[in-house]
Structure formats: C-alpha cells, structure tokens
Design a protein around this ligand. Structure first.
Ligand code: DGY
Length: 432
C-alpha cells in the first residue's frame, strides 16, 4: 500500500509542487499541498520542503495565501485564472497567478509535522527558520482582515475557502442569496459523474460570490460588508488555532521571537475562548458553523464539527459529549467513519462530494484528535476504516461510508490517484 502511495505522489509531482490529481485538479491547491508535504516528508524531505516553499512563493504582500496557484495553463479546469482575476487586488503577488480566495490555514501545523517526521532535526529547523515568518504573516492577515468584530474568530467569504465545497451546511445561505442563473462551461463533469459533484445551481452560487468579490477588487473590508456568504467555520478556525500552537512550539525552539510569541498567546486565548462560547452547541453536542452575514448558527453536525479535537479546543467533558454525537450520528458498525455530514439528516448523500462521503484528510485529523483526548479505540477504528476503504476501493478523493456497497470492483468517488489520500495514508501507516 505504501509503495502505491509513493508511486501516486511521484506521478503527481510537477517539479516544484504536486497536483491533487490529474485532469480534475491540474494546479497547486494550498491545503492539499500542506497535507501532501506531510506524506512526502516520510520518503523525500527535500520535496516536502520544496512543496511548501513553492506555495509561499505565491503569498501576497499582505500575508494572504491563495487557494490555487496557477503554475501552468490547463484546458481541464474551470474557473481558471482569467475568471478569478486575483490581480484586481493591489497586493496580490506580482510573481504568481492565483485565485483571490484562501483555504484552511494548514501551513503552521504542517511545519510542526515536518519537524516531527524529520530524522535530521537540525536541518529541518534551518528550513523552518526560513519560512516560519511567512506563516506568521498569514495568521496576522487573518486576524487583521477577517475578524471584523474583533472576536478572535475569522470568517470565510466563499464555500471554497472552507474546503468542504458543497456541504449541505451552505444550502440555507445559498437559498437566501438570489444568485442569477449563469451560463458557463464546466470541466469537472467531463471527468467525474455529476452525481458525485456539485450541481449546476450550486456553481451559480459559487460564481456569484466571486463576481461580488471582484466587483470590489477583493477588498476585505468591502467583502465583509457586501459578500452574501460570510461564515465562521469551526474547521477553518480550528486549523488556525492548531497552527498558532505549532508556531508557538516552533518559535520556542528557534528562540529570539518574544514579540511574536506574546502575540500568538494573545490570539490563542481570545480565539479559544470565543470558539467555545460561540460555536459549541450543547443540544447537538458538537461545534457548529456561524453564519455571520445573517447572524445565526447553522445547526448541523458535519465532520468539521469534530475538528476542534485536533486543535485541543474543547475541555474533556465537551470532548466526551462530542464522541457520543459522533457515534450516534456517524458511527454504527455498518458504516465507515467518518461521513462528512450527519447521516441522520435528510440532506445526507453518501455519494456526493462533501454531502456525505468520507474524506481521508478529515479522518487524519479526527484520528489524531481522538487519540489526544484518550479515545484510543475509536481512533484506531478511524485509522483502520481509512486503510480498508482505500484497500477495497482505491486511492480515490472520497469514499462511500456504507459498508454494504463494497464488493468486487467497488470504486471510490471523484478523482483517482488522489495525492492527499496517498500522502496521509503514508503518515497514518507510520503512526501507532
Ligand atoms: C473545485 O474546483 O472543486 C475545487 O475544490 C475548488 O477549490
């Protein structure tokens, strides 16, 4: 299994960065790159470092890190650079072509993971010293520009920024947006069946939000004022908090960065406090998203609801509650952990992208969070389920949680030979 995973990462390497998979995603995606670097670190640390430095080469002057870097042209992806027009923003990178939106801030904890995996600690620390301020600048961008109420929670302005692109979480927001029906030529459904991808109507919403952001040249203040989509996402914020903690660890190892350490401690205190007060839903026993535009919680449980375990955010009692919710709504011996959306909800769809299928990156976080809180057996189940799904259905982008459908010839969904599936299984196989 490890051999095949390495082969996939080798095939998807484009001399400087790794594509998520061929055809469907032909560029560099930022959170993909972070997870990929963790896998690469186990067999080629030089390439893991390059993956991260290439991503940081595209960082904007204001610390913003874009979600896609368009290193080459491609006929197989829509919407491309000419649609996104990130150059409208005065501080966008002059060296790289990118989108004007971001993705969950993984780079802090990825550097910490590279340190954990590295055999030569001195060498990796030298690399980390070179790039760590880039991560800090990225976090400073978030706290300065994405937290209009100064709460310690940052917003996302597009569902693509969440990483959980078409989650049912967004349905209510989309229904209130009044997006026009647009005419465009999708490329994803040339490669993957529509039943596994977002609908045409959903793409209308995705493009409509970008149109509004472009109208204001991607100005953060204007986006905060006018974007119809403005959400405080527990997954996004948990990753920021996890990465803050990683920066604290790394700066302490490096030394001489007291001012940054003090700032990071201040961010952490405020963020964790608001996170617990505002996003934990006692009734559901899990964290939920908050729709900042319409000032209401989105009362649904998704795999993102458990990501705070990965960042050490809940107290033990809250964690106990979350695990009960996890087993009630996502568990059951006849299902693999962990579906991306509440299986007991009518919006659950086991095949369609983020509306139900299992994703390996969320499982990788869940495994680590459950272990940290002492739920060793369930953590093992998450790990073994991940391995079993890949063994039975291939190195796909996402997987059906229903065990009954797996038989001879069953395949996963979305893109095949998917890089982060390969990378994170290498890491999971190395963990005990
Ligand atoms: C896509 O095109 O589906 C991507 O996930 C956007 O980031």
């Amino acid at each position: 299994m490890k051999g095949k995973a390495i082969e996939i990462l080798n095939d998807n390497w484009r001399g400087g960065f790794t594509i998520p998979c061929q055809g469907l995603y032909p560029f560099q995606w930022s959170w993909d790159s972070g997870f990929i670097a963790i896998g690469l670190a186990h067999f080629n640390m030089g390439r893991a470092k390059k993956e991260i430095s290439t991503l940081f080469d595209a960082q904007w002057e204001n610390g913003f890190l874009p979600h896609i870097v368009f290193h080459t042209e491609s006929e197989t992806y829509f919407p491309g650079p000419e649609y996104h027009r990130a150059d409208l923003h005065p501080k966008s990178s002059k060296r790289s072509i990118s989108t004007g939106m971001t993705q969950p801030p993984v780079t802090g904890f990825v550097l910490r993971e590279l340190y954990r995996i590295a055999k030569d600690k001195e060498d990796i620390l030298l690399f980390i010293e070179k790039v760590v301020d880039r991560v800090y600048a990225n976090h400073a961008y978030f706290y300065e520009h994405r937290d209009p109420n100064n709460e310690g929670l940052v917003y996302i302005y597009h569902n693509w920024e969440s990483g959980t692109d078409n989650s049912p979480l967004w349905d209510d927001i989309f229904a209130s947006m009044g997006s026009p029906a647009l005419s465009f030529q999708r490329k994803d459904t040339d490669q993957v069946d529509l039943s596994e991808r977002p609908s045409k109507r959903e793409y209308d919403h995705y493009l409509h939000i970008i149109e509004i952001a472009k109208r204001y040249n991607y100005d953060d203040k204007k986006i905060a004022e006018f974007s119809p989509f403005l959400v405080q996402d527990p997954l996004f914020n948990a990753m920021l908090i996890k990465s803050n903690q990683s920066l604290l660890d790394l700066y302490s190892m490096i030394g001489h960065n007291q001012e940054k350490i003090d700032q990071l401690i201040a961010w952490q205190e405020k963020s964790i406090k608001t996170f617990n007060e505002k996003l934990f839903d006692e009734e559901l026993g899990a964290y939920v998203h908050y729709d900042l535009r319409n000032e209401r919680p989105l009362k649904y449980v998704s795999s993102s609801s458990f990501s705070p375990l990965f960042a050490g955010i809940p107290g033990q009692k809250m964690a106990d509650k979350m695990v009960r919710t996890l087993l009630d709504r996502f568990g059951g011996e006849d299902h693999y952990l962990c579906a991306s959306f509440d299986r007991t909800n009518e919006r659950f769809n086991p095949k369609q992208y983020w509306r139900g299928p299992v994703w390996i990156n969320l499982n990788w976080m869940l495994y680590s969070g459950l272990k940290d809180y002492g739920f060793k057996d369930i953590a093992e189940r998450v790990k073994n389920d991940s391995i079993e799904m890949i063994e039975k259905a291939g190195f796909y982008e996402y997987f059906d949680p229903r065990k009954e459908i797996y038989g001879k010839g069953t395949k996963g969904y979305g893109g095949n030979n998917f890089s982060w599936t390969a990378a994170l299984i290498i890491d999971l196989l190395n963990k005990d």
